[in-house]
Design a protein around this ligand. Structure first.
Ligand SMILES: Nc1ncnc2c1ncn2[C@@H]1O[C@H](COP(=O)(O)OP(=O)(O)OP(=O)(O)O)[C@@H](O)[C@H]1O
Ligand SMILES: [Mg+2]
Length: 411
């Protein structure tokens, strides 16, 4: 089947060679009964691969079920997968069929397989090798015909070395490995995905679709995206909702990206389309100028805050610490001649016009309010679990922690 047709059918965006290769393997293996292990970082889109494999197989009219092994308590996972007999454990008031029984003839997607308890792994190995399983609390061996597709964002081989994953099961599962590439390894797909999500969210929120200017696009493409597509989607949603301006500049974008040093160091240098020395040098100068302008605005804001409200002095210092000082790429990192006095340049430009700076303050505060609101909402949604809230917000836990302090949010 044509790869493009599959992308259309399953809503997959991207055309990088690594993604195409992964899809090609999925298509080739779909119509066999081989076990497939899908590997890739969190948020790369592993789940859709299991659906493709099922939908293109001879089992497509039979059931498909996705089971998240990391979300089922250790005490009940055996019973969920293989069923149990009445009275086999406290609370087992009835007998129950497991998924390997109900999905007979179909496909089971075992997501987060790396989290599966060792005891369950032994049962799984048996069913994979012989098609046999036993309900919990029973002694009767039953037969089933289920195709298993598994996924993990962990290094399973490392888990086997730590004694947390059975080596025999690892090799049995890994009959056909599919590696779904991280977003940073298919940078060419980032603008496409961002555009798709912007359009989706503009429809959802009935707002005009956002667009990135050239520099913002460079930052987006060179950002490390540790949360991959999930994180990109989250950021696109936040910007769609919160950005007052539909043309998003680098400065606007940076407000939404978790504070990671790579962002400040790489953008222009790692930009793929640098054609000649003149261009790249001009880009670097432009970048330095741009960063200086941003920092000047921040310093002005800081002073404005202090003038308005002297008791805020220490908050302003905090801002200076986190945004202004860290946002300079070190001259050595930028691989350019050192710019003497760059850091010292701030106070000199401080006497600049006040009007512009007043506007900036107004806008920043409203974004901050919205940001605070979103953080509080996310924490509430995830019952105070910072890790989950940070994932949902598309920021790192460290950034969330900093923002909690910055906004003085009590948990
Ligand atoms: N190529 C793609 N085009 C458009 N959207 C995608 C694509 N790949 C993934 N997505 C979207 O990205 C999000 C993350 O995908 P998914 O949940 O499959 O990640 P995952 O690899 O299973 O991550 P985890 O290991 O954390 O479970 C989903 O909302 C999915 O719809
Ligand atoms: Mg998943």
């Amino acid at each position: 089947m044509d790869i493009q047709a599959i992308k259309n059918r399953f809503g997959i965006i991207g055309s990088s060679p690594a993604l195409n290769y992964a899809l090609q393997v999925a298509v080739q293996v779909a119509n066999t009964d081989l076990t497939v292990l899908i590997n890739g970082e969190s948020g790369v889109g592993k789940e859709v691969f299991s659906q493709i494999i099922h939908a293109l197989s001879a089992r497509k009219h039979n059931p498909f079920i996705a089971v998240n092994c990391g979300a089922i308590p250790e005490g009940t996972i055996d019973s969920e997968l293989f069923g149990h007999e009445k009275g086999s454990f406290t609370g087992a008031v009835d007998s129950r069929k497991g998924y390997f029984e109900t999905v007979n003839g179909g496909t089971i997607f075992l997501d987060e397989i790396g989290e599966m308890p060792m005891g369950t792994q032994a049962r799984l190995l048996r069913v994979l090798e012989t098609g046999e399983y036993i309900r919990v609390g029973s002694s009767k061996v039953q037969k089933t015909d289920v195709r298993v597709v598994a996924a993990t964002n962990r290094d399973l081989l490392e888990r086997t070395q730590q004694g947390k994953f059975r080596e025999d099961l690892y090799y049995r599962l890994n009959t056909v490995p599919i590696r779904v590439p991280a977003l940073r390894d298919r940078k060419e797909d980032i603008p496409l995905l961002f555009r798709k999500f912007s359009v989706d969210f503009s429809e959802k929120y009935k707002t005009p679709s956002i667009q990135l200017d050239e520099e913002a696009r460079n930052i987006l493409v060179n950002y490390p995206w540790r949360g991959n597509i999930r994180e990109l989607k989250n950021i696109a949603e936040q910007i769609s909702v919160l950005s007052s301006d539909k043309l998003v500049t680098a400065n606007d974008l940076k407000r939404f990206l978790p504070d990671q040093p790579e962002v400040n160091r790489l953008p222009m240098l790692a930009a793929p389309q640098q054609s000649n020395d003149f261009n790249s040098e001009r880009d670097i100068l432009y970048k330095l100028f741009f960063d200086m302008k941003k920092d000047v605005t921040e310093v002005k804001k800081m002073f404005f805050d202090i003038l308005q409200n002297p008791t805020m002095a220490h908050t302003a210092e905090y801002h200076a610490d986190n945004h202004v000082l860290h946002s300079y790429p070190a001259a050595s990192e930028m691989n350019t001649p050192a710019s003497p006095g760059l850091n010292n340049a701030q106070p000199i430009i401080l006497s600049d016009n006040k009007i512009d700076h007043h506007e900036e303050v107004e806008e920043t505060l409203s974004i901050a309010d919205k940001e605070k609101e979103l953080i509080v909402k996310a924490l509430k949604k995830h019952k105070g679990k910072r890790k989950d809230a940070a994932l949902d917000l598309g920021i790192s836990e460290r950034t969330l922690y900093r923002k909690l302090k910055e906004y003085n949010i009590a948990e």
